[in-house]
Design a protein around this ligand. Structure first.
Ligand code: BT5
Length: 240
């Protein structure tokens, strides 16, 4: 595992933005953590609610070669699901492509972004609802926190370090060594999307079918009307 340094801030627009500032200075293997984010974001510029008591962090990396970034999202979701199990004793599952949920309620979202320039960096952003006791109206029916599920306060520091260690373990032993099949295999142990009937919503269409697997680029394979369709990005509605 590389020696990493954690930078903590009370409030930031987004830990992703701060990580990008650090990247411009040539830094890597650092973690940015914020108490709150005023402009936390998800995929497709969607809002990520980041009030008090959540774990909002970004891991800044400088991989030797940058290949499919989706594997880093998968690595982070594995680390989160495993750590939740270890620290909070909750059986959280992964939903393709970037969520960790409990019984269909979103606990965590991951946003992986590449920064390409003279030097290439990657920022893996992890947003995990840890100790919130309520949510804004907009996400009240879809979100959950570990505290709401367990009815007790979670040690966020321990949770954070377990996630970081878990992530770097996969990053160093699998991603950096091009062992992508191994990442997919471990991911499969925590993901409960495959084998389920799903509705896929992409920018241009809505498809109903069965999630039958992921290909070597982490795209979802959807069986719909006897055809297999490759889904590169989108959102899934799954009934649990
Ligand atoms: C994600 O996007 O799930 C990625 C979220 C990544 C957040 C982290 S926090 C640290 C770092 N800094 C950032 O600025 N971002 C990263 P997506 O799959 O697009 O899901 C976004 C959707 O999740 C929103 O449209 C809401 O429906 C829902 N949502 C927003 N805030 C939420 C929350 N706190 N808990 C559960 N669901 C939420």
């Amino acid at each position: 595992m590389p020696p990493y340094k954690i930078y903590r801030f009370k409030s930031l627009t987004s830990t992703q933005d701060k990580a990008k500032e650090f990247a411009k200075k040539g830094l890597s293997d650092i973690i940015i953590v914020a108490g709150i984010q005023t402009k936390g974001r998800g995929r497709f510029k969607r809002k990520w609610h980041s009030g008090k008591n959540g774990l909002w962090m970004s891991i800044l990396l400088k991989p030797k070669n940058i290949r499919n970034l989706q594997y880093l999202t998968f690595a982070a979701s594995i680390a989160v699901a495993k750590s939740i199990k270890k620290i909070a004793k909750i059986d959280a599952k992964i939903k393709w492509p970037n969520d960790v949920h409990y019984k269909g309620r979103k606990l965590c979202g991951i946003l992986t972004e590449g920064i390409f320039g003279k030097e290439n960096h990657v920022v893996v952003g992890i947003g995990l609802n840890a100790n919130q006791i309520k949510f804004p109206q907009e996400i009240k029916n879809i979100a959950a926190s570990l505290k709401i599920i367990k009815k007790k306060t979670i040690d966020m520091e321990k949770l954070m370090k377990t996630i970081i260690d878990g992530f770097f373990k996969i990053y160093c032993s699998q991603y950096d060594k091009n062992k992508f099949q191994n990442i997919l295999k471990i991911w499969g142990n925590y993901c409960d999307t495959i084998g389920k009937g799903v509705v896929v919503i992409t920018k241009t269409r809505k498809l109903r079918g069965e999630a039958i697997g992921v290909d070597e680029n982490c795209n979802l394979l959807l069986k719909a009307k006897n055809k297999i369709i490759k889904i590169v990005e989108g959102d899934l509605n799954v009934r649990y």
